[in-house]
Design a binder for this molecule. Sequence first.
Ligand code: ADP
Ligand code: MG
Length: 361
Amino acid sequence: MQGPTPRLEIRNVTRRYDGRLVVHDVSLQVLPGQVMCLLGPSGCGKSTTLRMIAGVEMQDAGEIHVDGKLICDTIFRVPPERRRIGLMFQDFALFPHLSVAENVAFGLNGPKRARRARVVELLERVHLAHHIDAYPHELSGGEQQRVALARALAPRPRIMLMDEPFSGLDNRLRDGIRDETLDILREEDTAVLLVTHEPEEAMRMADQIALMRDGRIVQQGAPYNVYNAPLDRSAMAFFSEINVIRGTVRGALTETPFGQFLAPGVPDGQAVEIVIRPQHIKIDFDRNGRGPNPTPLDGTPARGVVTRARFMGSESLVEFRMDHDGSLIKVSVPNVFLPKPGKPLWLMIRRDRCFVFPAGT
Ligand SMILES: Nc1ncnc2c1ncn2[C@@H]1O[C@H](COP(=O)(O)OP(=O)(O)O)[C@@H](O)[C@H]1O
Ligand SMILES: [Mg+2]
């Protein structure tokens, strides 16, 4: 069965600078009303991808389609101003000498009355109607951001490209503005491609995450899936701290101090890494060296000694040096748990939350 036509589709887009591939064979689709997040470390090619879609830069290969129509390949090119694509960047620069209303009206054509109506509608939507005649310097950072959003939405773009749009705002403002922005974009049925290097921002905002690394999209899916079924160790490490337990496979099993782990399909002798996030390790008491009685799911407990414990607000982060090999393991515990350094405790890892990857990937 054929799905709905994507609002935005890019196919096999590639871009080189001085012979170096910075965007490599990138393909993705965004549906109307959907938020797709291009997530990856700084320098991986996110902004370059966005600039090609906006039309301010040309790809070396590949095609860009909007609503099923080709808007750009290496020969044909619709100019940026005719693509009906809205842009929002961190550095959103409102025009300082124009009022809020004039800023929002900037990209609008048509009769004056209709333009005014659209400006008022949008300013009401971003809760800034009372500032319609203010100037940018009279507004807070968050308010300016909302004006920038209204300005970008005014001409009813089919697609909104956002490049780290919230990174200039302080933390407390950010969450509110993110949610508000998303609500408005969904109401307008705009397709959104949001670029960020912050996994939390991506998880919070995206319907789909496309994980980018060295110019390529390496994994794509709903936030839950990308987080819980990581492609490899580094994809997993991008979202949170991780712990790595090393082992070697014998007969599709790996022996570790935490018991046996299944490694189906992995050949004998292959070195593997069992990777687990800090929140999926359980802590139990020493009981004079006897340790806990684990359930089958817990596997074998292993003992370690607390090296430090820090309170992080909603969790405590406790670090252990393990008795068996001196390696360090980090554990996240909800709320307050601050054992003293030197205290022996036992760790059990949630086997259903472990990932087994070939070593060195
Ligand atoms: N105009 C340019 N000329 C040469 N290299 C560039 C240019 N723009 C970006 N780059 C390089 O391309 C790579 C990807 O950049 P960019 O798309 O900005 O990454 P991101 O947005 O993911 O941080 C980086 O290595 C960057 O230095
Ligand atoms: Mg960038």
